[in-house]
Design a binder for this molecule. Structure first.
Ligand code: SAH
Length: 508
C-alpha cells in the first residue's frame, strides 16, 4: 500500500450495549483490516472483525496509562499506510468528548482520508436507560451537555460554570464523577438551584447499570453512599422527575441480576444475548473450549465417507458445525452428501442443520440421547426400521455412548465420527472469574454435563445466595454428583426454556 492511502473511520460504538451500534459501524468493523479501540468498546464488537484483523488497544488498563493522544493520532496516520480500512472505535459518539475532533484533524493534516460514523452518545442514552427523557414538553425546551473533567475552581478552567448554572432546561454532565462534589458546589455557588432533581447513571445501557436519584445539593453524597463511580452520566433538571415512572429498563425481568453463563466462548452468544435482552448483567465464564478431535485423520476419513451412509446422526450443534466445516473442505456442493436421512438429538442441533438447508427426519423434543432412541423406536416403521441400515454418528470425544449401544442393539450398523473435543478453558480473558469471586452472582447456568465438570475443576466456590439452573435432567444429575442441587431445571431442555426458567426464578 502507498503512503496514507487507506481510509480511517472514526466509528461511534454507542454507550455499551453492542446492539446500539449503528448498522454502518458494524459493517465497517466486519470489513476492517485494523481496529483501534479503548476500554469502553464492548468485547462483542471486537468479535465482529474478520479473522486476521489487527486489533490495537489504546485505552487504560489496570495500572497502565492510556496511550497519549498525540501517539494515538500518529498511530492512526500510520495505520492508513498499512491498511486499506482502519476503524477507530470510540465509546458513544466520536465527536462528543471523545477527542474524535483531534483525531480527525490529525488525519486531515497528514492527508489521510477519513469518515465519521456517529454513535449514540451516553449523554442521551444514559438518561434514557435511567428513565429520563432529556427533553419533555412539560419540563424544558433545551438541554446542555458539558464535561465535568475540568477543575471548576481553577481560574484558567475553560468550563463556563456561570453559563451552565444559568442555563435553562436539562444539563447533562459527562466525565464528572471524580469531581462531582466540587462541580455541584461550584454550580450552586454560581446560582444553580440546589433542590433541582439530579441523577447519576453508571454503566448505562449495560447489565451493570446502576443509578442514583437525588437533588443537585445531595447528589454527591448519595452517589458516594451507593458506591457509584465512573463511567457515569449526571443529569440535572426537572426531567429527572420522570425517572421512576419511565424506568422501563429497571422493570425488565432480569434487570439488576447478575447471571453467569458457563458455555464455551463461541457458544455463549445466544444465551447471553437472550439474558441481556431481559436486562441481565451477564458474566460469561467459559469453562470449556472446543478443539479439534485427537484423531484428526479418523475424523477427516469419516467425513469423506459420510455420503455413503443411510443415516447421519448429529448429537450436538457443535458436531454439526465441525462436521460441515470439514465437509466443505472436501466437497464443494451440499448435494455430495447424498440422500441420507438425518437425526438430531434435539431442536438446537436441528436448527444448526437447517442453516445448511437440511431438515431432520427424527428428532426428540427433549435433547437427550435416550429420547432420540425412543423416537427411533416410535417412528422406526415409517422408514423400514433401523436393522441393517448404516449410520454415521457425529459427536464429541466426551459424548455418552448410549446412542451407539442402543442402535447396535437394534441391529443398526453404526460408525462413529468424532468431530471435536472439549477441553478446560484455562484463561480468564474477560476477568469474569475474578469478578465472580469478588462481586458474586444471582444465578449460574449450566448447559451441559461437561460445563459442570469443567466448572468444578476450576475450583471456584459459589457465593451462598447464588442459585443454580440446569438445562435438563442429565446436567442436573451431574450437578448432584458434585453435591449441588439445581434450584431449577429448564422444562424443555433448550436455551429459550433455560432463559424463561432463569427469569421465573428471579421474579421480583
Ligand atoms: N464519546 C462518549 C463520551 C466519552 S467521555 C459518548 O458520546 O458517550 C467518557 C464519559 O462518557 C464517561 O466519563 C461517562 O461520563 C460517559 N459514559 C460513556 N459510556 C457510558 C455509560 N455506558 N454509562 C454512563 N456513562 C458513560
Amino acid at each position: 500500500m502507498k503512503k496514507n492511502e487507506g481510509t480511517v473511520y472514526l466509528v461511534g460504538a454507542g454507550p455499551g450495549d453492542p446492539l446500539l451500534m449503528t448498522l454502518k459501524g458494524r459493517a465497517l468493523i466486519e470489513q476492517a483490516d485494523c481496529l483501534v479501540y479503548d476500554a469502553l468498546a464492548s468485547a462483542t464488537m471486537l468479535n465482529w472483525a474478520k479473522p486476521g484483523c489487527e486489533k490495537i488497544f489504546v485505552g487504560k488498563r489496570a495500572g497502565n496509562h492510556a496511550m497519549p493522544q498525540t501517539e494515538i493520532n500518529r498511530l492512526l496516520v500510520d495505520c492508513a499506510s498499512k491498511y486499506a480500512c482502519t476503524v477507530r472505535l470510540k465509546g458513544g459518539d466520536p465527536y462528543v468528548f471523545g477527542r474524535g475532533g483531534e483525531e480527525a484533524s490529525a488525519l486531515y493534516d497528514a492527508g489521510v482520508a477519513f469518515q465519521v460514523v456517529p454513535g449514540i452518545s451516553s449523554a442521551i442514552a444514559g438518561p434514557a436507560y435511567a428513565g429520563i427523557p432529556v427533553t419533555h414538553r412539560a419540563h424544558n425546551t433545551q438541554f446542555t451537555v458539558f464535561t465535568g473533567h475540568e477543575d471548576a475552581s481553577r481560574a484558567e478552567s475553560s468550563l463556563d460554570i456561570a453559563g451552565i448554572a444559568a442555563a435553562r432546561g436539562t444539563k447533562v454532565m459527562l466525565m464528572g464523577m471524580s469531581r462531582l462534589q466540587e462541580t455541584m458546589r461550584a454550580l450552586m455557588d454560581a446560582g444553580q438551584g440546589g433542590d433541582v432533581p439530579a441523577a447519576a447513571v453508571q454503566w448505562a445501557a449495560t447489565g451493570r447499570q446502576r443509578k442514583v436519584i437525588a437533588t443537585v445539593a445531595t447528589l454527591a453524597e448519595s452517589v458516594q453512599r451507593a458506591g457509584l463511580s465512573s463511567p457515569a452520566v449526571v443529569v440535572i433538571g426537572e426531567v429527572v422527575q420522570e425517572a421512576t415512572r419511565l424506568d422501563w429498563y429497571g422493570r425488565l425481568p432480569l434487570s439488576g441480576r447478575r447471571i453467569v453463563v458457563t458455555r464455551t466462548r463461541e457458544q455463549a452468544g445466544s444465551l447471553s444475548s437472550a439474558l441481556e435482552a431481559l436486562g441481565a448483567d451477564v458474566m460469561e465464564l467459559p469453562t470449556i473450549r472446543i478443539v479439534p478431535p485427537t484423531d484428526r485423520k479418523d475424523f477427516a476419513a469419516a467425513v469423506v465417507d459420510s455420503p455413503h451412509y443411510d443415516w447421519l446422526i448429529f448429537s450436538s450443534p457443535n458436531g454439526v458445525k465441525r462436521f460441515f466445516e470439514a465437509f466443505y473442505s472436501v466437497y464443494e456442493d451440499i448435494r455430495e452428501l447424498g440422500g441420507a436421512r438425518i437425526a438430531a438429538v434435539g431442536p438446537g442441533t436441528a436448527a444448526e442443520l437447517k442453516k445448511h438447508g437440511l431438515m431432520v427426519d427424527v428428532m426428540p423434543q427433549k435433547a437427550v440421547a435416550e429420547e432420540l432412541i425412543a423416537e427411533f423406536d416410535r417412528k422406526g416403521d415409517e422408514f423400514g426400521g433401523v436393522a441393517n441400515v448404516t449410520m454415521l454418528w457425529i459427536h464429541s470425544e466426551q459424548g455418552r455412548d448410549i446412542i451407539y449401544k442402543e442402535l447396535m442393539k437394534r441391529q443398526a450398523i453404526v460408525d462413529e465420527c468424532i468431530a471435536y473435543n472439549t477441553v478446560p478453558e484455562t484463561e480468564d480473558p474477560t476477568g469474569a472469574r475474578l469478578r465472580l469471586s469478588e462481586e458474586g452472582a444471582d444465578v449460574i447456568t449450566f448447559t451441559s454435563s461437561s460445563t459442570v465438570h469443567h466448572f468444578m475443576a476450576m475450583g471456584i466456590s459459589l457465593p451462598e445466595s447464588c442459585k443454580v439452573v440446569s438445562i435438563g435432567p442429565v446436567t442436573s444429575a451431574t450437578l448432584r454428583e458434585y453435591g449441588m442441587t439445581p434450584d431449577a431445571e429448564a422444562p424443555r431442555h433448550n436455551i429459550p426454556s433455560l432463559v424463561e426458567t432463569v427469569a421465573q426464578l428471579c421474579k421480583k
